[in-house]
Write a protein that binds this ligand. Structure first.
Ligand code: GRF
Length: 218
């Protein structure tokens, strides 16, 4: 069977893109990364994609008069590459309703918080300031509002005594690299259905048990 054609949009480091590349490189994976696009010329992820033999493009938003013309260029490249699913992976541009509607339910994002908590930037700083006991990350279908849309996969990560934003970010990032490939695999296997803005997953199993933080002392 033909593999699902996936494009990844990045702006920087590209570690999530790398996790997707690694997973899709497995034999019999139902998806393949066909294109990586960056809006930043110096995005480190571009080199990693090129090293893996993936087609890359740089489409710099500043080269366009407005958001619409930038997105039209983006859209044209994605379509020319035969893209069937777009993964935003640290892509630091807000997309307009026009673009989101055009790729409705074929456009997903990873965000470093347990949505709907802590939309936007500086999620780890804000989680620590709020004193929550769990942080985490979310892969979701994109809707026009920022960091909103039906949730596909999430990972919860405990906040530990003495955490600072960097230490927490590293712990969350390790789980991002697990849940993003999982979400892409589920999509590629056609196991996701959006109903009433919630995602139903065919054959999904929930983990056993409950996480409590802190552990009760005995
Ligand atoms: C990740 O934390 C992701 O959740 C957020 O931006 C960061 C991108 O990191 N959207 P990387 O470029 O994938 O390493």
């Amino acid at each position: 069977m033909a593999r699902l054609k996936v494009a990844v949009l990045i702006s920087g480091r590209g570690s999530n893109m790398g996790a997707l590349l690694d997973d899709c490189a497995r034999p019999d994976h139902p998806a393949e990364i066909v294109l990586v696009i960056s809006n930043m010329t110096d995005a480190a992820g571009l080199q990693r994609a090129q090293a893996a033999g993936i087609a890359t493009q740089v489409i710099v938003h500043r080269d366009y008069a407005d958001r619409e013309s930038f997105e039209k260029a983006l859209d044209a490249s994605l379509r020319a590459g035969g893209t069937e699913l777009i993964c935003l992976a640290g892509f630091m541009r807000l997309l307009t309703e026009w673009f989101v509607e055009r790729w409705y339910d074929r456009l997903i994002n990873i965000h470093p918080s347990l949505l709907p908590a802590f939309r936007g930037l500086d999620t780890h700083e804000r989680a620590l300031a709020a004193g929550v006991r769990f942080a985490g990350c979310t892969v979701h279908f994109v809707r026009p509002a920022m960091d909103a849309g039906p949730i596909i996969t999430q990972a919860a990560v405990p906040i530990l005594p003495g955490d600072d934003p960097e230490r927490l970010a590293a712990r969350v990032l390790a789980t991002e690299h697990e849940i993003y490939p999982l979400a892409v695999r589920l999509f590629a296997e056609d196991r996701l259905k959006v109903e009433d803005e919630r995602v139903l997953i065919d054959g999904a199993q929930a983990p056993a048990g409950t996480l409590i933080n802190p552990l009760a002392e005995i």
